[in-house]
Structure formats: C-alpha cells, structure tokens
Design a binder for this molecule. Structure first.
Ligand code: NAD
Ligand code: IPM
Ligand code: MN
Length: 361
C-alpha cells in the first residue's frame, strides 16, 4: 500500500470550501484503491497573514518541503489588497511557492465534451464540435518575476526570458502533443516584444526534435479570438506566464466555468502543486455554492503526475463526468441549480464508492 504525504493549503475565500470536497473525494479513493493519504493542513495567504503574521509562514514552507505534493486552494481577497504588494497573499505566498519549488510547468487541461456542449457559453454551432486543449503555461519567469518598480508618477514591470527557460517549457509542450493530437500552437506577441521574438526562435528550434508534431505560431490577440471562434482547432497551447494566465481563464469559461478547470504546476522531477485555475471568488465565498470540481480534478492531476496513480486519477475524472451527466452541478454552471458545494463533493465521492462495488476490486 502506497502512502502519500500531502500538504493541504486551503487559503482564502472559497478555498477551504472546495478543499473540503477534494479531501472527501481523496478519502473515497482510499476506500477503493490501495492508497493512503497523510494530509496535513497549514496556513497560507490571507489566512496566514491573519493567523501567523505573514503570507507564507516558515512552518508552511517546511511542511511543503516534507510532503510528496501540495494541494492548494486559492489565496487573496479584498481584505488584504491594502497591504504592500509583496506582502499580499498572491505575491507573498503563491508566487514564492512556485519559485521555491521551481514549478516552471503549469498544465491546464480544458474540454468541451460533446455530451456536455450545453455547458459552454459558446453558440451550439461551435460548442457541438467540442474542444480538447491543454494549456502549457510557463510559470516561473516572464513579467511575473522580472524587475519591478514604483515611483510617484510611474511604475514598471519587466519581462525577461532566457533560452533555457523557453526551451524547457517548449519541450514539455511537444512531449504532451506527442501523446495527444500532435499539434502545438505557440502563443506570442512577436510583432512587438523582444521576448516573443526569442520565444518563437527557441520554440522553432525545439520543434525540429519533434517532426511528427505540427507547430503553429499565433499572436496572443488572434489566439484569444480564435479560441471562441473555433476552439476545436487547438491541441496544445504553449504560452508564457502572462498569456497563459489569461488564455486559461478563457479556456475555462469556454468549457463551462472557471470552477471546472484544474491545474498542475510541476518542477520536472515529479514534485507538484495542484490548484484550481480560478481564484478565491470573494463574490460567492461563504455561501456553500462554489463549484468544487476544479479542486477535485486538481487532486486527480496530483494522483496522475506526482504519484503515478493513473487508475485512481481516472476514477475521479469519471466520477466527475457522472455528476455532470446527472446534472449535479453548482449554479455557476446551472443558474437555477439547487445543488451546493457539498452536494457535488458527496456525489463525486459516492460515484467513486459505487464504482468500487460494481467492479471486482
Ligand atoms: P476568481 O477566479 O476568484 O473569480 C472570478 C469569477 O469566477 C467570480 O465571479 C467567481 O465567483 C467565479 N468563480 C471562480 N471560481 C469559482 C468556483 N469554483 N465556483 C463558482 N464560481 C467561481 O478571480 P478574481 O475575482 O479576479 O480574484 C479574486 C481573488 O482571487 C483575487 O485576490 C485574486 O488574486 C485571487 N486569485 C487567486 C488564485 C489562486 O490562488 N490560485 C487564482 C486566481 C485569482
Ligand atoms: C492563477 C492566478 C495567479 C496567477 C495569481 C493569483 C497570482 O491568477 O494561478 O492563474 O496569475 O498566476
Ligand atoms: Mn489566473
């Protein structure tokens, strides 16, 4: 029996609400598979500012260092936006975690399943064709981590990318494409930005090692438009840190809701941080109506990428699909739904348990 140590960092807003459902689902996984999770919680973000005086307390960091993976909720909210920028939950906890663990590779998979085309806000003419994209986002470089400054009347952020940073994320995109539909669309703004010109050069070079993969370059503005016009044209989207942040929210909305999109942030040696692509949703926090699916699917990605437990990951994904099929969804998807966060978590956990009874495991 495998035993995995998971750092549970729920954070702020809807973070703790959706995390409770992911934990529920992981407990159901324990019942069905020969897997045990030792889950330990720690303060992060705004909750850590309030509880421990800083957004990333040393105890939290050392728990992460001693764990096999991090399951992360979300951080930030109106309560902390008055603090100095580098003391705020996002820049003071999430970004340092990504940097500390060298989590340069962020995977955000988004789908429109033909059977669920009506979840998508796109016209049925478009959504009925489906979508199956993987956004591969560079996560530890670019404008997020460049030199920043603020004067009285001006401010600046700088974007730097090295060849090494671009080539390591490009390789991930091509490797992923080899296992999927063998197409990489590299997103840039090479008509304006020096970093994008370099990005294009390096990606073109890496592509030579993957002759079976079709490479296409696309400007970010066009890509944002093409995604809503015909998302089925894409397979792997290779993005820098900022463009990937923006396009992944768009992908989530096209799939039906930001509350559906999970993400994996990986360092290349199996360690990862797993979190919903969306945030702490202060507008709906505390009401029990947040969609827990992105958090639950993030746990599935953890099983897949950090623990190599593919069968358990698929079991969670199938249970989520079943819930969607049965219409057990929150209001972000079905505005008149009577189901809340815990109902969806219960249904996913029950589907995992029921599948265990139906098979001879
Ligand atoms: P957000 O993603 O929190 O919310 C955007 C919209 O999507 C809101 O209307 C929200 O209600 C909805 N939404 C998001 N997740 C949902 C879910 N699971 N179920 C139902 N609806 C959901 O983005 P925002 O409002 O721009 O930011 C709020 C705070 O979250 C900010 O402090 C921001 O920095 C932070 N944030 C954190 C993370 C993270 O921790 N990984 C990610 C994004 C934003
Ligand atoms: C995300 C979030 C973060 C980002 C914020 C909270 C720093 O929006 O994970 O997409 O911009 O990367
Ligand atoms: Mn984002």
């Amino acid at each position: 029996q495998s035993n995995y140590k998971v750092a549970i960092l729920s954070g702020d807003g809807i973070g703790p609400e959706v995390m409770a459902e992911a934990i529920k689902v992981l407990r159901a996984v324990e019942q069905r598979f020969a897997i045990k999770f030792t889950m330990q919680e720690a303060l992060i973000g705004g909750a850590a500012i309030d509880g421990a005086g800083q957004p990333l307390p040393p105890q939290t960091l050392s728990l992460c260092q001693q764990s096999d993976a991090i399951l992360f909720g979300s951080v930030g909210g109106p309560k902390w936006t008055g603090l100095a920028p580098d003391q705020q939950p996002e820049r003071g906890s999430l970004l340092p975690l990504r940097k500390t663990f060298d989590l340069f590779c962020n995977l955000r998979p988004g789908q429109i399943y033909p059977a669920f085309a009506e979840l998508s806000p796109l016209h049925p003419r478009v959504s009925s064709l489906g979508m199956d994209v993987l956004c591969v986002r560079e996560l530890t470089g670019g404008i997020y981590f460049g030199e920043k400054g603020r004067g009285d009347d001006s401010a600046f952020d700088t974007q730097t990318y090295s060849k090494a940073e671009i080539s390591r994320i490009a390789k991930v995109a091509f490797e992923a494409a080899m296992k999927r539909n063998r197409k990489v669309t590299s997103i840039d703004k090479a008509n304006v930005l020096q970093t994008s010109i370099l990005w294009r050069e390096v990606v073109t070079e890496i592509a030579k090692d993957y002759p079976e993969v079709e490479l296409e370059h696309m400007y970010i503005d066009n890509a944002a438009m093409q995604l809503i016009r015909s998302p089925q044209q894409f397979d792997v989207l290779l993005c820098d840190n900022l463009f990937g942040d923006i396009l992944s929210d768009e992908i989530a909305a096209i799939a039906g809701s930001l509350g559906l999109l999970p993400s994996a942030s990986l360092n290349g040696s199996g360690f990862g941080l797993y979190e919903p692509a969306g945030g702490s949703a202060p507008d709906i926090a505390g009401q029990g109506i947040a969609n827990p699916i992105a958090q639950i699917l993030s746990a599935a990605l953890m099983l897949r990428y950090s623990f190599g437990q593919e069968a358990a990951a698929v079991a969670i994904e199938q249970a989520v699909q079943q819930c969607l099929e049965q219409g057990i969804v929150t209001r972000d998807i079905q505005p008149d739904s009577r189901y809340g966060t815990a109902d969806v978590g219960d249904a996913v956990a029950a589907a995992i348990a029921a599948a265990a009874h139906n098979t001879t495991t």
